[in-house]
Design a protein around this ligand. Structure first.
Ligand code: CAA
Length: 380
C-alpha cells in the first residue's frame, strides 16, 4: 500500500492552497456577512481548471483524477466553504453527470462551457417533500411527444441563480415510481422558468441557494439524460461522486479549524504559558488531528476506488458520514480553544463551525449515509 501522492497531485494541492490563501481568504468574512457570491474567485477557479477537474480535456476539462479533486476540495474548504461548494456541485454533480451519461450533442453544448468554467451548473433534485426521500418527486415532466412540460418547484438549489445549466429531476410517470423519473437539462431563460429569492442561511452564506419554479417549461426531448425513466438512477449514481466532494469539503472545514486552533494555542498565554502547554488543550488538539487524519484517509480511499473503476458507493457514504461529523466536532472544539475570540468573526472559526453543519445535511443527511452503508453491508 502506497500512501504517497504523485508529484502532479502535490503540485495541484499546493496550487489550491496558494489560491485559497491569496484569493479566497481576503474578503471571506465580508462575503459571509453580506451573503455575497464569490463571483471573481469562481471565475479565476474556472480559469485554473478547477471547475471541470475530472472532465476529459476533449470537453475542456483538466483530465485529473478524483484524488486530486479531494486535495483541492480540502484546501479550498479550509478557507472558504461557500466557494468550495460551487466547485463541488459543478465538478461532481453537473460535469460528471453530463460526461458519464450525456449524449455527444449534450456534451458539446452543455459540458464544454461548464468544464471550462465559463458557465456553472446546478443539480436540482430536492423538493419540500423529496429531500431524503428522493423517489417522492412532485415536480412533473409530462411527455408531450418531442418535448417535456415541466411543472413544480425545486428547493435549496446550490448555484440557483448563478447557474446557466440546470439538471432537473422530475416525475414523468408516477405509476412507475422511481422508474418513471427523468433527468432533464434546463437552460436559464427558458420560458416559464423562474428563480426564487436567495435563502438566508446559517452557513455557506456566500453560496447562492434558491427555490426554482417551473411553470409549463418546455424542454426538448433531446435534453433528456439517458433512457426514459433513467432519472432516479442518474441522481443516485451522480450523488455517489458528489458525496466524495462534500466529504472532502467537510474534511477541509475540519482541517482549517484545527490549523487555526493549533496556531492560536501556541500564541495565546494563560497562567504564564502558551495554552498549548496545558494538557487539556493538547488532548483536544490530539483528538482533532487524529479524527481529521482518519477522515482524510476515508476520502482518499473513496476517491482512489472511483479512479480505479471499483465500486465506491459505501466508501463515499462512509467518508461523508465520518468527515461531516468530524467537521462538526472539530469546529466546535476550535471555537472552544479560542475562547471568547472564537465567538467573534475576525478569528474565522465561528464561520467554519456554521459552515460545518451543512455537510451533515446536503447530498444526503448523516442518516441517509447510514442507510446507504447498511444497505451495502447487508445486501447479498
Ligand atoms: N446506484 C445505482 N442505483 C441505485 C443507487 C446507486 N447508488 N441507489 C439506489 N439505486 C437504485 C436501486 O437499485 C433501485 O433500483 P431498482 O428498483 O431498479 O432495483 C432504486 O434506485 C431505488 O432504490 P432504493 O429502494 O434503495 O431507494 P429508496 O427510496 O430506499 O432511497 C436513498 C434510497 C439512498 C435513501 C435515496 O433516496 C437517497 O440517496 N436520498 C438522498 C438524496 C440526496 O442525497 N439528496 C440531496 C440533494 S442534492 C444536493 O444536496 C446538492 C447540493 O445542493 C449540494
Amino acid at each position: 500500500m502506497i500512501f504517497e501522492l504523485t508529484e502532479e497531485q502535490r503540485m495541484i494541492r499546493d496550487a489550491a492552497r496558494d489560491f485559497a490563501q491569496q484569493e479566497l481568504k481576503p474578503g471571506v468574512i465580508e462575503r459571509d456577512e453580506k451573503q455575497q457570491f464569490p463571483t471573481e474567485q469562481i471565475k479565476k477557479l474556472g480559469e485554473l481548471g478547477f471547475l471541470g477537474m475530472m472532465v476529459d480535456p476533449k470537453y475542456n476539462g483538466a483530465g485529473l483524477d478524483t484524488v486530486s479533486y479531494v486535495l483541492v476540495m480540502e484546501e479550498l474548504s479550509k478557507i472558504d466553504a461557500s466557494a468550495s461548494v460551487v466547485v463541488s456541485v459543478n465538478n461532481s454533480l453537473v460535469c460528471y453527470g453530463l460526461e458519464a451519461y450525456g449524449t455527444e450533442e449534450q456534451k458539446e453544448k452543455y459540458l464544454k462551457p461548464l468544464a471550462a468554467g465559463i458557465q456553472i451548473g446546478a443539480f436540482c433534485l430536492s423538493e419540500t417533500e423529496a429531500g431524503s426521500d428522493a423517489t417522492s418527486q412532485r415536480t412533473t415532466a409530462e411527455d408531450k411527444g418531442d418535448y417535456y412540460l415541466i411543472n413544480g418547484t425545486k428547493n435549496w438549489i446550490t448555484n440557483g441563480s448563478t447557474a446557466s445549466t440546470y439538471l432537473v429531476i422530475a416525475q414523468t410517470d408516477a405509476r412507475k415510481k422511481h422508474h418513471g423519473i427523468n433527468a432533464l437539462i434546463v437552460e436559464k431563460g427558458m420560458a416559464g422558468f423562474t428563480i426564487g429569492p436567495n435563502e438566508n442561511k446559517l452557513g455557506i452564506r456566500g453560496s447562492d441557494t434558491h427555490s426554482l419554479l417551473f411553470d409549463d417549461v418546455r424542454v426538448p426531448k433531446t435534453n433528456r439524460i439517458g433512457e426514459d425513466g433513467f432519472g432516479f438512477k442518474f441522481a443516485m449514481k451522480t450523488l455517489e461522486g458528489g458525496r466524495i466532494g462534500i466529504a472532502a469539503q467537510a474534511l477541509g472545514i475540519a482541517a482549517g479549524a484545527y490549523e487555526l486552533a493549533r496556531d492560536y494555542a501556541k500564541e495565546r498565554q494563560t497562567f504564564g504559558k502558551p495554552i498549548a502547554n496545558h494538557q487539556a488543550i493538547q488532548f483536544k488538539l490530539a483528538d482533532m488531528a487524529t479524527q481529521i487524519e482518519a477522515a482524510r484517509l476515508l476520502c482518499l480511499k473513496a476517491a482512489w476506488l472511483k479512479d480505479h473503476g471499483q465500486p465506491y458507493t459505501q466508501a463515499a457514504a462512509m467518508a461523508k458520514l465520518y468527515a461531516s461529523e468530524v467537521a462538526m466536532r472539530t469546529t466546535v472544539e476550535a471555537v472552544q480553544i479560542h475562547g471568547g475570540y472564537g465567538y467573534v468573526k475576525e478569528y474565522h472559526v465561528e464561520r467554519l463551525m456554521r459552515d460545518a453543519k451543512i455537510t451533515q445535511i446536503y447530498e444526503g443527511t448523516s442518516e441517509i449515509q447510514r442507510m446507504v452503508i447498511a444497505r451495502e453491508l447487508l445486501h447479498d
